[in-house]
Design a protein around this ligand. Sequence first.
Ligand code: ADP
Length: 211
Amino acid sequence: MDTDAISRPSPFIVGLTGGIGSGKSAAAENFAACGATVVDTDAIAHALTTAGGAAMPAIRDAFGPGLLAADGSMDRAAMRALAFSQPQARTRLEAILHPLIRTESERECAAAGGAYVILAVPLLIESGSYRERCHRICVVDCPEDLQIARVRARSGLEETQIRAIMDAQASRQERLAAADDVIDNSGSLEDLRRQVEDLDRRYRQEAARGA
Ligand code: ADP
Protein backbone atom coordinates (compact mmCIF):
# COMPACT_ATOMS: atom_id res chain seq x y z
CA MET A 1 0.00 0.00 0.00
CA ASP A 2 1.21 3.52 -0.76
CA THR A 3 1.27 5.00 2.74
CA ASP A 4 2.75 8.22 1.32
CA ALA A 5 -0.47 8.88 -0.56
CA ILE A 6 -2.39 8.65 2.71
CA SER A 7 -0.15 10.89 4.79
CA ARG A 8 0.55 13.48 2.10
CA PRO A 9 -1.75 16.53 2.18
CA SER A 10 -3.63 17.12 -1.06
CA PRO A 11 -1.60 19.36 -3.35
CA PHE A 12 -2.32 22.94 -4.37
CA ILE A 13 -3.73 22.63 -7.90
CA VAL A 14 -3.65 25.33 -10.55
CA GLY A 15 -5.80 24.61 -13.60
CA LEU A 16 -4.07 25.84 -16.76
CA THR A 17 -6.15 26.40 -19.84
CA GLY A 18 -6.51 28.49 -22.97
CA GLY A 19 -7.84 28.22 -26.49
CA ILE A 20 -6.04 26.27 -29.19
CA GLY A 21 -2.72 27.93 -30.01
CA SER A 22 -2.90 30.34 -27.07
CA GLY A 23 0.35 28.92 -25.67
CA LYS A 24 -0.78 26.44 -22.97
CA SER A 25 1.96 23.96 -23.80
CA ALA A 26 4.59 26.69 -23.88
CA ALA A 27 3.35 28.01 -20.51
CA ALA A 28 3.26 24.49 -19.03
CA GLU A 29 6.88 23.94 -20.13
CA ASN A 30 7.87 27.12 -18.34
CA PHE A 31 6.03 26.08 -15.17
CA ALA A 32 7.80 22.71 -15.33
CA ALA A 33 11.13 24.51 -15.71
CA CYS A 34 10.28 26.43 -12.51
CA GLY A 35 9.84 23.07 -10.74
CA ALA A 36 6.05 22.67 -10.76
CA THR A 37 4.59 19.23 -11.38
CA VAL A 38 2.66 19.34 -14.67
CA VAL A 39 -0.26 16.95 -15.13
CA ASP A 40 -1.37 17.23 -18.75
CA THR A 41 -4.70 15.65 -19.75
CA ASP A 42 -3.74 15.74 -23.46
CA ALA A 43 -0.61 13.74 -22.72
CA ILE A 44 -2.66 11.30 -20.63
CA ALA A 45 -5.19 10.87 -23.47
CA HIS A 46 -2.33 10.17 -25.84
CA ALA A 47 -0.75 7.59 -23.52
CA LEU A 48 -4.10 5.84 -23.05
CA THR A 49 -4.40 5.34 -26.82
CA THR A 50 -0.87 4.19 -27.63
CA ALA A 51 -0.18 0.47 -28.14
CA GLY A 52 -0.93 -1.30 -24.86
CA GLY A 53 -2.65 1.82 -23.48
CA ALA A 54 -5.42 1.27 -20.93
CA ALA A 55 -8.12 2.50 -23.33
CA MET A 56 -7.19 0.22 -26.21
CA PRO A 57 -9.22 -2.89 -25.27
CA ALA A 58 -12.41 -0.81 -24.97
CA ILE A 59 -11.63 1.07 -28.20
CA ARG A 60 -11.10 -2.18 -30.06
CA ASP A 61 -14.37 -3.57 -28.66
CA ALA A 62 -16.30 -0.41 -29.55
CA PHE A 63 -14.89 0.35 -33.00
CA GLY A 64 -13.34 -2.89 -34.25
CA PRO A 65 -9.81 -3.58 -35.47
CA GLY A 66 -10.18 -1.13 -38.39
CA LEU A 67 -9.56 1.79 -36.02
CA LEU A 68 -6.24 0.35 -34.86
CA ALA A 69 -2.90 1.13 -36.46
CA ALA A 70 -0.52 -1.72 -37.30
CA ASP A 71 1.32 -1.30 -33.99
CA GLY A 72 -1.89 -1.63 -31.94
CA SER A 73 -2.27 2.07 -31.10
CA MET A 74 -5.40 4.00 -32.04
CA ASP A 75 -5.31 5.12 -35.68
CA ARG A 76 -5.68 8.82 -34.94
CA ALA A 77 -6.34 9.93 -38.52
CA ALA A 78 -9.01 7.23 -38.98
CA MET A 79 -10.61 8.12 -35.64
CA ARG A 80 -10.61 11.84 -36.50
CA ALA A 81 -12.33 11.10 -39.81
CA LEU A 82 -14.89 8.82 -38.14
CA ALA A 83 -15.62 11.29 -35.33
CA PHE A 84 -16.04 14.06 -37.90
CA SER A 85 -18.52 12.10 -40.04
CA GLN A 86 -20.35 10.41 -37.12
CA PRO A 87 -20.82 12.56 -34.02
CA GLN A 88 -22.02 9.49 -32.04
CA ALA A 89 -18.59 7.90 -32.59
CA ARG A 90 -17.00 10.92 -30.91
CA THR A 91 -19.43 10.60 -28.00
CA ARG A 92 -18.58 6.92 -27.68
CA LEU A 93 -14.84 7.57 -27.72
CA GLU A 94 -15.24 10.32 -25.12
CA ALA A 95 -17.30 7.96 -22.93
CA ILE A 96 -14.34 5.56 -22.97
CA LEU A 97 -11.58 8.13 -22.53
CA HIS A 98 -12.97 10.71 -20.13
CA PRO A 99 -13.33 8.51 -17.03
CA LEU A 100 -9.84 7.06 -17.63
CA ILE A 101 -8.33 10.53 -18.07
CA ARG A 102 -10.07 11.75 -14.92
CA THR A 103 -8.82 8.80 -12.84
CA GLU A 104 -5.26 9.01 -14.14
CA SER A 105 -5.05 12.78 -13.70
CA GLU A 106 -6.33 12.41 -10.11
CA ARG A 107 -3.72 9.76 -9.46
CA GLU A 108 -0.91 11.93 -10.88
CA CYS A 109 -2.08 14.98 -8.90
CA ALA A 110 -2.20 12.96 -5.66
CA ALA A 111 1.26 11.52 -6.32
CA ALA A 112 2.79 14.92 -7.15
CA GLY A 113 5.86 15.80 -5.13
CA GLY A 114 6.45 19.45 -6.11
CA ALA A 115 5.28 22.61 -4.35
CA TYR A 116 2.13 22.72 -6.47
CA VAL A 117 0.54 21.09 -9.50
CA ILE A 118 -0.22 22.60 -12.89
CA LEU A 119 -3.24 20.68 -14.20
CA ALA A 120 -3.31 21.44 -17.94
CA VAL A 121 -6.79 20.89 -19.39
CA PRO A 122 -7.67 22.37 -22.81
CA LEU A 123 -11.43 22.36 -22.02
CA LEU A 124 -11.17 23.27 -18.33
CA ILE A 125 -13.70 26.10 -18.50
CA GLU A 126 -16.19 23.81 -20.22
CA SER A 127 -15.78 21.07 -17.60
CA GLY A 128 -17.32 21.42 -14.13
CA SER A 129 -15.50 18.45 -12.64
CA TYR A 130 -12.00 19.72 -13.46
CA ARG A 131 -12.83 23.23 -12.32
CA GLU A 132 -13.90 21.90 -8.94
CA ARG A 133 -10.50 20.31 -8.41
CA CYS A 134 -8.57 23.55 -8.95
CA HIS A 135 -7.61 26.05 -6.28
CA ARG A 136 -6.94 28.62 -9.00
CA ILE A 137 -7.63 28.89 -12.71
CA CYS A 138 -4.89 30.33 -14.90
CA VAL A 139 -5.85 31.26 -18.47
CA VAL A 140 -3.31 31.74 -21.25
CA ASP A 141 -4.69 34.44 -23.49
CA CYS A 142 -3.86 36.07 -26.81
CA PRO A 143 -5.87 37.65 -29.64
CA GLU A 144 -7.66 35.18 -31.89
CA ASP A 145 -5.68 36.21 -34.99
CA LEU A 146 -2.50 35.31 -33.18
CA GLN A 147 -3.95 31.94 -32.10
CA ILE A 148 -4.72 31.19 -35.74
CA ALA A 149 -1.31 32.30 -36.99
CA ARG A 150 0.47 30.18 -34.38
CA VAL A 151 -1.60 27.07 -35.05
CA ARG A 152 -1.09 27.48 -38.80
CA ALA A 153 2.66 27.72 -38.32
CA ARG A 154 2.65 24.73 -35.95
CA SER A 155 0.35 22.36 -37.81
CA GLY A 156 -0.38 23.63 -41.29
CA LEU A 157 -4.15 23.46 -40.61
CA GLU A 158 -6.28 25.81 -42.68
CA GLU A 159 -7.84 28.87 -41.08
CA THR A 160 -11.38 27.45 -41.54
CA GLN A 161 -10.40 24.24 -39.71
CA ILE A 162 -8.82 26.22 -36.89
CA ARG A 163 -11.88 28.47 -36.61
CA ALA A 164 -14.13 25.38 -36.42
CA ILE A 165 -12.07 24.12 -33.47
CA MET A 166 -12.19 27.55 -31.82
CA ASP A 167 -15.97 27.71 -32.29
CA ALA A 168 -16.33 24.41 -30.40
CA GLN A 169 -14.36 25.83 -27.45
CA ALA A 170 -15.42 28.40 -24.87
CA SER A 171 -15.05 31.94 -26.19
CA ARG A 172 -12.14 34.16 -25.21
CA GLN A 173 -14.53 36.23 -23.06
CA GLU A 174 -15.90 33.15 -21.27
CA ARG A 175 -12.39 31.95 -20.46
CA LEU A 176 -11.29 35.36 -19.19
CA ALA A 177 -14.43 35.63 -17.02
CA ALA A 178 -13.55 32.30 -15.35
CA ALA A 179 -9.87 33.16 -14.80
CA ASP A 180 -8.25 33.90 -11.45
CA ASP A 181 -4.98 34.67 -13.25
CA VAL A 182 -4.34 35.59 -16.88
CA ILE A 183 -1.11 35.11 -18.78
CA ASP A 184 -0.98 37.59 -21.66
CA ASN A 185 0.78 35.61 -24.39
CA SER A 186 0.59 38.26 -27.11
CA GLY A 187 4.27 39.07 -26.67
CA SER A 188 7.49 37.12 -26.99
CA LEU A 189 8.36 33.75 -25.45
CA GLU A 190 10.58 35.74 -23.06
CA ASP A 191 7.53 37.77 -21.93
CA LEU A 192 5.70 34.51 -21.35
CA ARG A 193 8.57 33.10 -19.28
CA ARG A 194 8.68 36.20 -17.07
CA GLN A 195 4.94 36.03 -16.35
CA VAL A 196 5.17 32.32 -15.52
CA GLU A 197 8.04 33.00 -13.13
CA ASP A 198 5.98 35.68 -11.33
CA LEU A 199 3.03 33.31 -11.03
CA ASP A 200 5.30 30.49 -9.88
CA ARG A 201 6.44 32.64 -6.95
CA ARG A 202 2.82 33.44 -6.03
CA TYR A 203 1.63 29.86 -6.33
CA ARG A 204 4.46 28.66 -4.09
CA GLN A 205 3.45 31.21 -1.45
CA GLU A 206 -0.21 30.29 -1.69
CA ALA A 207 0.54 26.56 -1.60
CA ALA A 208 2.72 27.06 1.48
CA ARG A 209 -0.09 29.00 3.18
CA GLY A 210 -2.40 26.09 2.40
CA ALA A 211 -4.73 28.37 0.46
P1 ADP B 1 -1.51 25.42 -27.15
O1 ADP B 1 -0.85 24.36 -26.30
O2 ADP B 1 -2.30 26.39 -26.35
O3 ADP B 1 -2.29 24.88 -28.31
P2 ADP B 1 1.23 26.06 -27.90
O4 ADP B 1 1.90 26.28 -26.59
O5 ADP B 1 1.48 24.74 -28.58
O6 ADP B 1 -0.35 26.30 -27.79
O7 ADP B 1 1.61 27.27 -28.85
C1 ADP B 1 1.22 27.27 -30.22
C2 ADP B 1 2.44 27.55 -31.10
O8 ADP B 1 2.83 28.90 -30.90
C3 ADP B 1 3.66 26.69 -30.76
O9 ADP B 1 4.34 26.40 -31.94
C4 ADP B 1 4.47 27.58 -29.83
O10 ADP B 1 5.85 27.29 -29.89
C5 ADP B 1 4.17 28.97 -30.39
N1 ADP B 1 4.18 30.03 -29.36
C6 ADP B 1 3.56 30.00 -28.16
N2 ADP B 1 3.76 31.16 -27.49
C7 ADP B 1 4.52 31.94 -28.29
C8 ADP B 1 5.07 33.26 -28.17
N3 ADP B 1 4.87 34.03 -27.10
N4 ADP B 1 5.81 33.72 -29.20
C9 ADP B 1 6.02 32.97 -30.31
N5 ADP B 1 5.53 31.72 -30.49
C10 ADP B 1 4.79 31.21 -29.50
